[in-house]
Design a protein around this ligand. Structure first.
Ligand code: SF4
Length: 344
């Protein structure tokens, strides 16, 4: 299977490489890797989280599912002693009924204590919520970094650098015998690092070191920019983003990564198709027998013309306990994802 010619495969290889080889700034950090996460406006391909190992282990108290923004508001502010929730929590900036929903959800997940005092709901925390992410690194995967790819990537990286939501921004490109042309680098912001990765051997070389971005300072979100034509004198539109808003967004992204990791690619594919396989290339990668190659997540859907559901016999006979190869694929990847999440 040629690993370098398809962006999706390159992305999975990059995640695998990062999981095993990423050198965190603090030597004792635990590295967690996820893919395809970000904000409403910007999604990163590969995301590396450098985590405080004790705080990450403590995070396991709250279960494997993410805490969304409503839950984070409750859990992070829950008092040590019983208190009426409206007096204990800061005003959320949205209606209190959503807070009540989050309290009920937290109670159902056993991560918050609740009781009734008349018609008031009182809450008490079970554990403090510790900040478990030290640094976030975003990596854009561009196996074929030619001039046109560099041109389209440039504005996206400028957006990331101006906002400074991640501590470092990188581009990973496929390693070839040719050097990355300096002219290509000119199209990319100097703050972005360039990694040259051999998708087959997983050898990597830093072509350009990134600068650390100011995540604790206000960021600039670029909303609109002039198209750059010679007669275009329009101004760019942008807005400031406060450090507090950035910190909240970083935590929400980290929580989603905690839940999903990067092996969840199978969740968006059709492992219940009879042509779906996981093949081992050191790591488990999807393979389509109908296409005789690795399929992308985009094409591996129910609308795929070659999709055929796995025969019922696979569920009832050969796979009596496990519920068919599709379920087995999911479990296999889930088990590997679990191993990356320290338990309490
Ligand atoms: S035939 Fe289509 S749906 Fe089935 S595994 Fe291949 S790409 Fe996925």
């Amino acid at each position: 299977m040629a690993l370098s010619d398809r962006e999706f495969l390159f992305e999975l290889r990059c995640c695998w490489w990062a999981e095993r080889n990423w050198q965190p700034a603090r030597a004792d950090s635990t590295v967690l890797v996820a893919r395809q996460l970000g904000t409403k406006r910007r999604r990163w391909d590969t995301i590396v989280f450098e985590c405080d190992p004790d705080a990450l282990a403590h995070r396991a108290n709250f279960g494997p599912e993410r805490l969304d923004s409503d839950l984070l508001h409750v859990i992070r502010n829950a008092p040590v002693e019983w208190a009426y929730y409206r007096e204990a929590l800061p005003h959320p900036g949205y209606p209190w009924r959503y807070v009540r929903d989050a309290i009920h959800e937290a109670d159902g997940r056993d991560i918050l204590e609740t009781r009734r005092a008349g018609n008031r709901i009182e809450i008490r925390r079970r554990w403090p919520y510790r900040e478990w992410v030290d640094r976030i690194i975003s990596i854009e995967n561009k196996p074929d970094l030619d001039a046109s790819a560099a041109r389209s990537l440039g504005p996206q990286l400028e957006y990331d650098v101006a906002l400074a939501l991640a501590d470092e921004v990188w581009v990973a490109t496929n390693r070839t015998d040719e050097r990355v042309q300096p002219a290509l680098l000119e199209g990319l912001p100097v703050q972005a690092g360039i990694l040259s990765l051999d998708a087959e051997s997983l050898e990597a070389e830093t072509v350009w070191h990134p600068r650390t971005l100011a995540v604790d300072e206000p960021g600039t979100r670029i909303l609109e920019r002039p198209d750059g034509g010679s007669h275009d004198a329009s101004a760019a539109r942008f807005e400031y983003v406060s450090p507090a808003a950035k910190a909240r967004r970083r935590l929400e992204i980290a929580e989603r990564a905690y839940e999903r990791g990067w092996r969840s690619f199978v969740d968006t594919m059709r492992p219940d198709c009879r042509h779906f396989e996981l093949r081992s290339q050191g790591q488990l990668l999807p393979f389509c027998r109908a296409k005789s190659r690795c399929q992308t997540a985009r094409e591996c859907r129910g609308s795929c013309p070659a999709f055929e559901p796995e025969p019922p016999a696979w569920r009832t006979k050969e796979w009596p306990i496990e519920g068919g190869p599709g379920k087995r694929c999911r479990r296999l990847l889930e088990a590997r994802r679990e191993r990356r999440r320290p338990r309490r």
